[in-house]
Design a protein around this ligand. Sequence first.
Ligand code: GAL
Length: 653
Amino acid sequence: MMKSPFLGVCYYPEHWPEHRWIEDAQKMVALGLRQVRIGEFSWSRIEPEPGRFEWNWLDRAIETLGDAGLGVMLGTPTATPPKWLIDAYPEILAYDINGCPRKFGSRRHYCFSSEKYADETLRIVEAIAKRYGDNDYVTAWQTDNEYGCHDTVRSYSPAAKLAFQKWLQARYENVNILNKKWGNVFWSQEYHSFDQVDLPNLTVTEPSPSHLLDFYRFSSDQVVKYNRLQTKIIRQYAPNKTIAHNFMGFTFSFDHFAVANDLDIAGWDSYPIGFLDVGPFSAADKERYLRQGHPDIAGFHHDLYRAVGNGRWSVLEQQPGAVNWAPHNPAPLTGMVRLWSHEAVAHGAQNVNYFRWRQAPFAQEQMHAGLERPDFKPSPAYAEAEQTFLDLEKTHRNNNTPKAKVAIIVSYEAQWVFEAQPQGENWNYVAILFEWYAALRRFGLDVDFVSADMPINGYKIVIVPSLPILTQAQIDRFSNSDALILFGPRTGSKTPTLTIPHTLAPGLLQSLLPIKVARVESFPDFHRIDGDFDGTQVAGHSWLDHVESELSPIVSSTDGGLLYCKDNYYYLTTLPNEMFFAALVATLAQKAGVQTTLLPPDIRLRQRGDLIYAFNYGPEPVDLPTNIAPKSESYILGAQTLEPAGVAAWKIE
Ligand code: GAL
């Protein structure tokens, strides 16, 4: 059995006078917090000048926090290389897509390919790990901060160019192979040597999609390599400590599974209201969920990062109030901070850290709420954190999330393929994943994400929203599975170097489904492709694969078949609207013998251990339908009527 989940907070001792630390630490403990996450932006205070380390303040901060009873999660400060370092080695800077260095003055200004920065990273991480590796108060480590934040995975620097050329050489060995695989005869793009290959930016019109895809793969590999540099040193000096990284929401620019292979815990930073404003949501959803965030934003990421962390994951930053970085920044509805905390636990989080302890009155994030206001008084979230702690005393028990019956296959590479070649500007792979997730969750189903490279044994339904590059190993897994497997449009449509397969799409999938995508179309949002699904009027949008097949479609439209099926395999040629999703989920569930319950729109359910949780994301109270609600004496939290932002939990009967 896993350890019970606990609460924590992000704290920046360097922002506050030292005499405050002890009081802050004691208040944290009184609030029920058990972890404090510090240090991730503190390089200029740890090493104010080259080679001159000032450990005393950090020693005292760790001691104060630890003495109070908090476990310290210590971040490596590499997201913020200090000014003196950048001045000494400007080649550390990342370059944007316009070929301009990204200047000092905020954060994440380093290039993953800078060898100098790799050396400096080794140096600072080793110094910190040496000093605190065996400190009993430092119970966990965090590498860097939010890889990819502020669009920082892909750098177009001279260092990246050199590293990319080496990466290509290792991958293709012979430049003629690269020419052939990329199709460089087109537009006279042929190279004679790897050192002629430039980065795919600043071209007159679009660069070769194969070139782009390899650059995206390379950029992802650089993140993996960079993170590994850090974990290796930390493990050397802190061999038994947990190492995490805080991943982000809706971020697909690098392969999180590959980074997490070197971590113990996949952390993520949950800002549902900010994500609602910047994410792919309708105006109606943005209005309805203004102060709550869409009901599936948090769950989607909890389940995704549970997969990324191979079962071990945490919320390393939890939104506690208004943030500062979205176009608009409403405050959460009363109760949402508690709801989000419980929802994370319900999905199996090991801990939830609020970001941040106190709102800073200065600098970039002075408008970002904390548990305390800048005047040291509690903000509304303070009491909600406290309440959550008290609730957890009641819900503490088995933390295991059972394996779901339904899996969604997720691939970071798929996102890069579609970025390199969208063919329709409203094709949004991450939004497609999200819509599948939301459609399944509306039916009360728990969902597991599974990496495209992992086994799918034991699932009854497997959704492959789209997987443009297929491997034989994946086909073998699909063919050995008893699950109903649904493949979305564009699956199998590309070779590994982003060309069209000889047999056309869906390529290797043709061994399981006798279909050929003869041509495709993409459409603006206003165009609907109407179809009839067993009497239900459904519609597709944005995309259509025109299929040639001996099979008759089970959903057709005047434009062509929308859904095909053979044995346990389904192929969908378009992106479904809400009715279509509902009909698909209901049909698959019924055929697979998976029980569903169509939930009220604002309610989500989640099982953890022997508890069922219900969450109300709506701004109005909702009565749990009688087919869900337990006997009134069974509630451990809440009751049948869920207030706005209400949480209920009960033991499975
Ligand atoms: C995260 C980041 C934190 C802080 C926070 C504000 O993306 O990791 O350092 O900036 O956002 O919401």
